[in-house]
Design a protein around this ligand. Sequence first.
Ligand code: GLV
Ligand code: MN
Ligand code: MN
Length: 425
Amino acid sequence: MTNRTPDAPRIDGDRLLRRIEALATIGPIDGGGSCRLALTDEDRAGRDLVVAWMHDLDLDVRVDGIGNVVGVRPGRIDGPPVMTGSHIDTVRTGGRYDGNLGVLAGLEVIETLEQQDIQTENPFAVAFFTDEEGSRFPPDMLGSLVYVGGMAVEEALDIVGIDGAVVGKELDRIGYQGPFPCPGPAPRAFVELHIEQGPVLEAAGTTIGAVTGVQGISWTELVITGQSNHAGTTPMDLRHDPGYVAAAIAYHVRQMAVRMGGRQVATVGRLELHPNLVNVVAASASMTVDLRNTDEQLLREAEAELARTVTDLAAAEGVKVVDRTLARFEPVEFDTRVIDMVAGAAADLGHTVQRMPSGAGHDAQMMARVCPTGMVFVPSRDGISHNPAEHTDPEHLVAGANVLMRTLLALDASDLAGSGSGVTA
Ligand code: GLV
Ligand code: MN
Ligand code: MN
């Protein structure tokens, strides 16, 4: 084997694109996307394919107690690896790039090193983490949260999904409850390549985002119960209508986010009425509110306003509301040295680059708790994601993978301490 040279090798773009296509055919949905909700049969099939590719590359494949899969290529020394990766589970209406790009680009980096006979100083690892999306089993980033010790594996295994399934039973059923311990060993550094999932890079005509951090996330589930009754005979002033209260909450959080401005966003993404019939005042409503902000104080203010709104509306309508926190993560700032390396790698490869925060949640925000961490973004067409229409131009996918490889090689050669560096803002 030869030493790495300053002229970093380039990944095989066609091979990367072929793997993205192959993974997208598992759990296909109309419009060209995929549905591989966490721990379903489709997720298992996607996992099996990626694990087979890891074995093809002779990686040491390790599956831990929450189903995270890490493939390791040895380095010259035996220590914590330089790690990359992301997730291969999707939302129900997933595109073909969210998460998948980061995992398959990681494989592509390792295959390139292998083919070009490049030995790295440290081991290189590529991971896919369980249930990043959190849409079946909240919270999001569950696998990486457990990996870094943010939640005990026993607690995670007991989580009940939106369909009544239980994480531990589903993991066992699909054969992905592995022997490796949680929390997992801290890598030397972690870098995740991901599509932006927003409009910023495309609008600016920039190819690469050097991600500075991830905004805070707050998910609340509200279950509202009232008095089911006849839609024609019940006078308006005698109603206890969960459907009305749910709609009023949705309206209010939207107004609040617009009024607060800045980076505040608010989404009611799930809303179910029971019995959901045209001529029946609903008996109950179940809904979720997703609030995000890069500023922790402002996020807390938004949460407090939501709580006041729910209390006031419930009292006025005479309904009962039970709330449950599904996810709560503070904003995270990535390691400035890794951000600089991403920006430097992009510039070295001749790409335009800008620094930017992430609007979406990512496994990297969990890994930032235990090691120097950063992310690489590539543009999303029309800023669309969590939608089968999600698209990133092939040249941007390839550019992102090459920036990822150059950054990982720079980290391999650097003397960054392997300790946690991510800070909450
Ligand atoms: C996870 O993908 C999220 O940001 O919701
Ligand atoms: Mn993702
Ligand atoms: Mn996603």
